[in-house]
Design a protein around this ligand. Structure first.
Ligand code: ATP
Ligand code: MG
Ligand code: MG
Length: 544
């Protein structure tokens, strides 16, 4: 848990440290504050913060706010809450927009060296001039402007003499490069928009590929870890650092495969749409792949961290089975949470040979795997509720739970035998008339007698009615394998719980005995009404 599993990035870092290239490992997690973080970001957080921790280095939280949009404090706050919830703390918190002056100076320096020029091709023309994978690009007619001319025009851009899209600053690299990213990429654009941090100071903004290496270099980042889409951008990353050139040592960009999980759509843009259109209740809807969503769903930070570690760090894209994430959650919860008896689709059991009005106490263990979690007391009486799944009027083969004529153990209580099924007028079951064997109380000699089925129960007069929310994945695959919205991702039901559940506080997790793991919803649970989210079922079909 404390040491992260080694991966190819760590091998590269080991080499760099052995060669003395860097004195210390310094990473950063650079989110754009334009939405809530999702589980893909969790992978990046675990990798960046975890790597720094492993090497005794540092990791910054850097807001990549080079786009002039209004800052949304809600997003900023959520990002910080999520990083901390995952168990990490940044060394420094930085804003990329604080470096706009340095970036501007770097651009001027490039112009003076003849390595950048102001180009007035339209976006359409520029696309045409850029060429294709098989065809080299064409040089812009503005490419050979003098440094002096470019300095003046760039100053005009900065002074607001151009409208949006009327001029850009381009790096002068190589229009015939096989790498399209190197065909005189745009490094500055005009955007007349108010920036949350710099206000109206700028009407030109640096492009990601120009800004990011400078941000890394300013902060003394040693290893700039990013996702695979940026592999083809690495030559440009290095070009910027080499040409701008006063950084020593230079940061090293390393790419890894982004995390994909079956039936999980990870795109802030798409998730924002679901929130804005009200398809989900918010960014923290328990079905959302956001960190806020999975937190409310009941997943633990330990489970997410071990999941991210278990799946490793890959050099090529692949998709992890959602069941593997659930396994990590289950593996963590099984040693942490106590059980509570809850029955759904309840069926009434009347124990005809048990005294009316009498209630006695039974002791049950909280967690078989963890004796330290102790025992709790639950009431037993003449009328009980059992789970709808635990009775069959006409049993199928190998059904060992309750059916007419059969005897089962009530976990923590007594053995009961079903004698009669009483029906309502519509044919549905009204109640089961049963008898108990007084010699079989759990914990006594008689309770050791062998019986094939064990089920659980909730005493009827003290039962607490609770709301239960069961989930399926928010997205499902259509016939072509594309993800589409699952029309049936939330199923609301209810159940009867043992009396202690009336004291449950929002955020508390339990195993609903023999059912699965549940958490009292942080938004919907009140003193009077307990609403539980299903976290994960007890068993999975996924095999390690
Ligand atoms: P999205 O497309 O969901 O908006 P993004 O990459 O644009 O994601 P950023 O805020 O820029 O979002 O991401 C911050 C960091 O998280 C980046 O370094 C990015 O590479 C990383 N990241 C984003 N998605 C994933 C993912 N699915 N797996 C691993 N890392 C990711
Ligand atoms: Mg991004
Ligand atoms: Mg994005």
């Amino acid at each position: 848990e404390t040491t992260m599993r080694s991966n190819f990035i760590h091998n590269m870092i080991d080499e760099d440290l052995a060669e003395g290239k860097y004195q210390e490992v310094y990473t950063r997690f650079p989110p754009e504050p334009n939405g809530y973080l999702h589980i893909g970001h969790a992978k990046s957080i675990c990798l960046n913060f975890g790597t720094a921790k492993k090497y005794g280095g540092k990791c910054n939280l850097r807001y990549d706010d080079t786009n002039p949009v209004k800052e949304d404090m809600e997003y900023v706050n959520s990002i910080e809450e999520d990083v901390r919830w995952l168990g990490f703390e940044w060394d420094e918190k930085r804003w990329a927009s604080d470096y706009f002056d340095t970036m501007y100076d770097a651009a001027v320096q490039l112009i003076k060296k003849g390595k950048a020029y102001v180009c007035e091709l339209t976006a359409e023309q520029m696309k045409e001039y850029r060429g294709t994978l098989t065809e080299p690009g064409k040089e812009s007619p503005y490419r050979n402007r003098t440094a002096q001319e470019n300095l003046a025009l760039f100053e005009d851009m900065r002074a607001g003499k151009y409208g949006d899209g009327e001029a850009v600053l381009r790096a002068k690299i190589d229009m015939s490069s096989p790498n399209i990213n190197m065909r005189d990429p745009i490094i500055y654009r005009v955007a007349h928009a108010t920036h949350h941090n710099t206000g109206d100071k700028w009407c030109i903004y640096p492009m990601y590929d120009f800004a990011h290496p400078i941000e890394d270099a300013i902060e003394g980042i040693s290893h700039s870890i990013c996702t695979l889409e940026f592999e083809d951008h690495r030559p440009l990353y290095d070009w910027v650092l080499n040409e701008v050139g006063f950084w020593n040592p230079q940061p090293r960009q390393i790419e890894f495969a982004r995390l994909n999980i079956t039936n999980m759509l990870m795109s802030k843009r798409y998730l924002k749409k679901l929130v804005d259109e009200g398809t989900v209740s918010g960014w923290d809807d328990p079905r959302m792949p956001t960190i806020a969503g999975i937190r409310r769903r009941g997943y633990t930070p330990e489970a997410i961290r071990s999941f991210c570690d278990d799946i490793g760090v890959a050099k090529s894209n692949s998709t992890v089975d959602f069941a593997q994430l659930e396994t990590s959650v289950r593996d963590d919860l099984q040693f942490k949470v106590a059980a509570r008896n809850v029955v759904m689709n309840p069926i009434k059991v009347v124990i005809t040979n048990y005294p009316e009005g009498q209630i006695e106490t039974c002791e049950v263990e909280n967690n078989r795997n963890v004796p330290e979690l102790g025992e709790r007391e639950i009431p037993f009486g003449r009328e009980l509720w059992i789970d709808g799944d635990d009775f069959m009027e006409v049993p199928v083969k190998k059904y060992f739970r309750l059916f007419p004529g059969n005897e089962v153990r009530l976990k923590g209580g007594y053995f009961i035998t079903c004698n009669e099924v009483v029906k309502n007028e519509d044919g549905s079951i009204k109640e089961l008339l049963c008898t108990y064997d007084p010699e079989t109380k759990s914990g006594t000699e008689g309770g050791n007698r062998k019986v094939k089925g064990t089920i659980h129960f909730v005493e009827a007069s003290t039962a607490v009615k609770i709301k239960i929310r069961e989930y399926q994945t928010l997205m499902i695959e259509d016939e072509e394998g594309n993800l589409e919205l699952n029309p049936d991702s939330l199923h609301e039901t209810w159940g009867y719980a043992e009396p202690s559940v009336s004291d449950v506080k929002a955020g508390e997790r339990f195993q609903f005995f023999r059912k699965g793991y549940y958490i009292a919803d942080s938004e919907l649970t009140t003193d009077d009404e307990k609403v539980f989210n299903s976290i994960v079922s007890l068993k999975s079909s996924w095999k390690k």
